[in-house]
Design a protein around this ligand. Sequence first.
Ligand SMILES: [Mg+2]
Length: 250
Amino acid sequence: MDTRQHNFGTEGLTRFSHVQAWIFDLDNTLYPRDADLFSQINVKISTYVARVLNIPIDEATLKQKHFYKTYGTTLRGLMVEHDIVVDDYLDYVHDIDHSWVKFDPVLKQAIEALPGKKYIYTNGSVPHALAVTEQLGITDQFSDVFDIVRADLIPKPDRVPYEKFLDETGIKPGEAAFFEDLARNLSVPFDMGMRTVLIVPSSKSVMQPQDSWETSGQDEKFVEYVTPSLPQFLQAILDTNQWNSADGSN
Ligand SMILES: [Mg+2]
């Protein structure tokens, strides 16, 4: 498997043997970037920004990129720079066709086989997360879904919501692993003592060219593992660690 491992030689995936809390980002992590869900969400966000700021759509698209890079979410940018309180934003931008996310039997099998508890931590919303996990057939696998509302609308990579997430779930960071498609969102989890895994687009993925900041950071110390395939990576962890099936229940 094409998986890069940093900084720890042959120890490899046995470094996950103690993990009891598996934390997954949602978009472009639990489902591959090829699903291209964000092309739908991006159109909705640009339309929303154009409407509330009363600007042309191309200008709104640039604003959106700026907000995303600077604040982690467009919603946060609207709040900070424009003092806009939006109540319908999350419903509006996530009202998309979730059937673009395809069921993956390898992912489902691997998620079910992981020992301990599984969580979703997303800068999106709970209804959006559940629509995705329904497509993937894994909704019942998650102990909790921590979304941007629970995070008091403060997105990753800000440290504050990570701390709230740990407080509310009781997760011990030394027993956790964090999976993300944005490198910068792994900095705090690494500092807290979690295993960190970056999901990168597979080489055949040609949709949605990424901005340079989105792909930067892959070589940082806080990115412990890099893989183009979450299902294959989880399967490799399972193959390496051979947990008893009796430990696989929640
Ligand atoms: Mg993501």
